[in-house]
Design a protein around this ligand. Structure first.
Ligand code: 26W
Length: 826
């Protein structure tokens, strides 16, 4: 049976926009600025949301479902306005209402800052998961930090990345609710005083600490068409009390100032590092800050209507998004033991049954390890608990393996202990302190089990499971690509919006000439839309009829943007030396932020821009190649880019990309993948068929063999392959910069050992030829219009598996065991 759509009162919305403009700004519509109109409209939408939000909370109070707390330092939500309208099923009436007021919905949407409280994949995954949780009708809280400055805005100056602060809260956030009544205290530093109370219990009391007030801000997360509204709760830090400036007690005065400073620094800024640990004290403070506040809240909520804290796990689950929130294990132990007097064993039983951990990367630079002295100084009581968890775990290792033939118990301890080498190993704490450990794609989970976490897997295989990532089709098709969304609905109905496996039905159309033409026409329109954006932002005119070849993601050596641009350089040379050779026109589109201190990544951005500058202005090329670097790649422009992509570049060194999710977003929008057998690419190819993707390069097995044996020698390739040699030489022969030495560091990384790293760590030279070959195949395939249309359509038709709805349902069925909320949608 078809569900009735949610009701939305268009006239009420209109009246409320006018009213808000008047009461918020003392203005008429004619006088209001675009930003003010956006705010007025957003508040009007919030009014509609709040009713559903209250209904959801009431239903939860009555039905007492199990709740998942998705703990994450990052939520890369993107703009809320359009997405909220879609999930409220109110996009069309609001568009009409704004039309009638003489306003363009797109322009109103463009007024919203793009909230970027995340770096990349991990943060965006968290946002997709919340969308799916609400849409599937589960009770969920996202728990995170309300950073004052999110991911930096990127400007390109003279081809270089310049980081500019992201002032997303400048005009306030109309969708948030400040919940000061739910504030919590979080304590840092001091020492632990141990004594026996009047009941003979051992009490551990933290004293001489600094304390900050954690104040939550709630953001609504709207389910699609079901009236369910979940909550993203992000915490801000405030000083606990205003101190008196005339204080005579010097010690107190000093401390009060310190506390105030701590509070003002804590939530200032998101660390813009992706896959690389800087080991900063403030970051550990951030972690404990939001975790302590969130765990306190979850425990209190449970105790509102339950009295046996030993059964917390029946109604509560914590999903730890990578190791960043892992202090939750120790914080929950602390609360259970110190505040509710549970024994160690009882507290441990509750904690391990409540916590679960997702691993998102095997890059060793990303493994979180904290120096013991820092950890102990900052979190003295938490450290005691971690120490005891470690002691018991090491004991368990010894009991398990002592006397087993051929097993080196010391080696096991070395590889698995939580405290070792004066470090606190957060991944080990997360694995030991929970009951589920998952990777984010099949290959990734296998690598964890067979290599990175092998010893843990052997000791506790029951904890390990795979949950292949997914993305929300509501944002990445409905909102990003309305033309294609409408077309799909016209062909197969609209069930795909909440059940992406329906896309399978599009397979009936892949050989249908009319459908192929319509599909490619929509792609062309989306390419025109992106071409306009590029003209406006880059001042470069690109041909929408050329192949749009897209690599957008964080800049990292393992993602191999350098491999991509080296082949562009090679082709430039090829066209210059064979001006009459057939070449299908191609537009190379890049978008990427580099961590501020990551020099190789930043130099790669400069290289891409330098190559663009030369090629785009070389009349010999006759527009056969264009290169575009899109500034400030973020969720809002990503939506335009995905919709317009013909070719999706997923070219990481095999074994390095845990999953990837951009690959799924482009597949959904009918782009064909050129990629290595890495991360979720493996599963994409499995769904779409090898004939509808372009796979090249070393396999993960081969990469791991080379790494083990250390027998890879890129210099041999350089000396024997003239194409490789040409491309590399162009880095240092002045073709792309007057200063021949500018790109020398990149050249050196590829041919020599640099700073302890192997030469060409990421096997760029090794994969160069097979990559070129795959690109050649793409140009041939694209030239055959019918063949390409079929391939592109097949990609959209086969993307069903990659919905985050599927991922979340798997978490629910296999790990979380949540109950569906019953909310009457109105
Ligand atoms: C500051 C340290 C740090 C370390 C790791 C920051 C961020 C990370 C993340 C784990 C990096 C990340 O975003 N990983 C990506 O997670 C995605 C969602 O699972 C995957 O699709 C990507 O393959 C993975 O790189």
């Amino acid at each position: 049976m078809k569900k009735k759509p949610l009701s939305f009162d268009k006239d009420l919305f209109k009246r409320s926009v006018l009213y808000n403009v008047k009461t918020l700004y003392r203005k008429t519509m004619e006088e209001a600025t675009p930003q003010e109109i956006y705010q007025a409209a957003a508040y009007a939408i919030k009014d509609a949301i709040v009713d559903h939000w209250m209904t959801t909370q009431k239903a939860a109070a009555e039905q007492d479902p199990k709740i998942v707390y998705y703990m994450s330092m990052e939520f890369l939500m993107g703009r809320a306005f359009g997405n909220n309208l879609i999930n409220l099923q109110a996009y069309k009436p609001v568009k009409e209402a704004l039309d009638e007021l003489g306003l363009d919905v797109n322009l109103v949407e463009d007024q919203e800052p793009d909230p970027a409280l995340g770096n990349g994949g991990l943060g965006r995954l968290a946002a997709c998961f919340l969308d799916s949780l609400a849409t599937l009708g589960y009770m969920a809280y996202g728990c995170g930090i309300r950073y004052k400055y999110g991911m930096f805005r990127q400007q390109i100056k003279d081809g270089y990345q310049v980081e500019v602060p992201d002032t997303w809260l400048e005009n306030g956030n109309p969708f948030e609710l400040r919940r000061s009544e739910l504030a919590k205290e979080v304590k840092f530093g001091g020492y632990v005083n141990m004594f026996t109370d009047e009941y003979g219990r051992t009490i551990f009391r933290q004293e001489g600490y600094q304390v900050v007030r954690a104040v939550p801000y709630d953001l609504p997360v709207i389910g699609y068409g079901n009236g369910v509204v979940d909550t993203l709760r992000i915490w801000d830090a405030e000083p606990i009390q205003c101190f008196q400036l005339d204080s005579f007690d010097k010690g107190d005065y000093q401390k009060a100032v310190e506390q105030e400073n701590l509070a003002s620094q804590l939530c200032e800024v998101l660390y813009p590092n992706d896959n690389h640990i800087a080991g900063k004290e403030l970051r550990l403070k951030q972690q404990y800050f939001f975790i302590s506040a969130s765990v306190q809240t979850a425990v209190q909520r449970y105790l509102r209507n339950h009295d046996d804290i030993r059964k917390l796990y029946e109604k509560t689950v914590f999903q730890l998004n990578d190791t960043h929130p892992t202090v939750a294990v120790a914080e929950l132990m602390r609360i259970l033991m110190d505040d509710y007097y549970l024994s160690w064993d009882d507290a441990w039983d509750v904690t391990t049954k409540t916590c679960c951990y997702t691993n998102h990367t095997i890059m060793s630079e990303a493994l979180e390890k904290w120096p013991v002295d820092l950890f102990q100084r900052l979190l003295p009581r938490i450290y005691q608990i971690v120490d005891e968890i470690n002691r018991r775990f090491v004991d368990q290792i010894m009991r398990t393996y002592s006397g087993s033939a051929g097993i080196d118990v010391q080696a096991k301890i070395r590889s698995m202990a939580i405290l070792y080498d004066n470090q606190v190993k957060m991944a080990h704490l997360a694995i030991v302190g929970g009951h589920s450990v998952n990777g984010v794609a099949k290959l990734h989970t296998e690598i964890l089990k067979q290599r990175e976490l092998k010893d843990f897997y052997e000791m506790m295989p029951e904890k390990f499971n795979n949950k292949t990532n997914g993305i929300t089709q509501r944002r990445f098709l409905m909102h990003a690509n309305p033309l294609l969304a409408d077309w799909v609905t016209e062909k197969i109905g609209d069930d795909w919006i909440t059940d992406l496996s329906q896309m399978d039905k599009l397979k009936d159309f892949v050989n249908d000439k009319k459908a192929q033409a319509e599909f490619m026409d929509i792609k062309l329109k989306n390419k025109q839309r992106l071409a306009e954006y590029i003209l406006e932002h880059n001042g470069v005119k690109v041909d929408p009829k050329s192949i749009f070849d897209v690599q957008v993601k964080r800049l990292h050596e393992y993602k191999r943007q350098l491999l991509n641009i080296l082949t562009v350089m090679y082709k430039y040379h090829d066209i210059k030396s064979h001006p009459n050779k057939d070449f299908y026109p191609k537009t190379y589109i890049f978008g990427a932020k580099a961590a501020a201190g990551y020099l190789t990544a930043k130099l790669t951005i400069k290289l891409i821009n330098s190559v663009a500058e030369v090629i785009n202005n070389d009349p010999d090329i006759k527009g056969k190649i264009k290169v575009v670097f899109i500034e400030d790649y973020r969720v809002s422009n990503a939506e335009l880019i995905f919709a317009a992509a013909d070719v999706s570049e997923q070219i990481s060194t095999a074994s390095k990309e845990a999953s990837g999710t951009g690959n799924m977003k482009m597949m959904l929008n009918g782009a064909v993948t050129i990629g290595t057998m890495d991360g979720a690419n493996v599963e994409i190819v499995n769904e779409v068929g090898e004939e509808n993707a372009f796979i090249f390069g070393l396999s993960s097995q081969e990469v791991m063999e080379y790494e083990k044996n250390g027998n890879y020698n890129p210099m041999d390739i350089y000396n024997s392959d003239p194409n490789v040699k040409k491309a590399l030489d162009m880095l240092v022969d002045g073709t792309f910069s007057k200063d021949k030495e500018l790109f020398r560091p990149l050249y050196n990384c590829l041919l020599n050992k640099v700073g302890g790293n192997r030469a060409d760590q990421y096997f760029i030279l090794k994969d160069f030829e097979s990559y070129l070959e795959a690109q050649k195949k793409i140009s041939d395939a694209y030239a055959d219009k019918k063949r390409w249309a079929k391939m592109a359509l097949m990609n959209t038709a086969c993307c069903g598996k990659f919905s985050s709805d599927r991922t979340i349902q798997e978490y629910v069925d296999e790990v979380w065991h949540l109950d569906k909320l019953n909310v009457e949608a109105k």
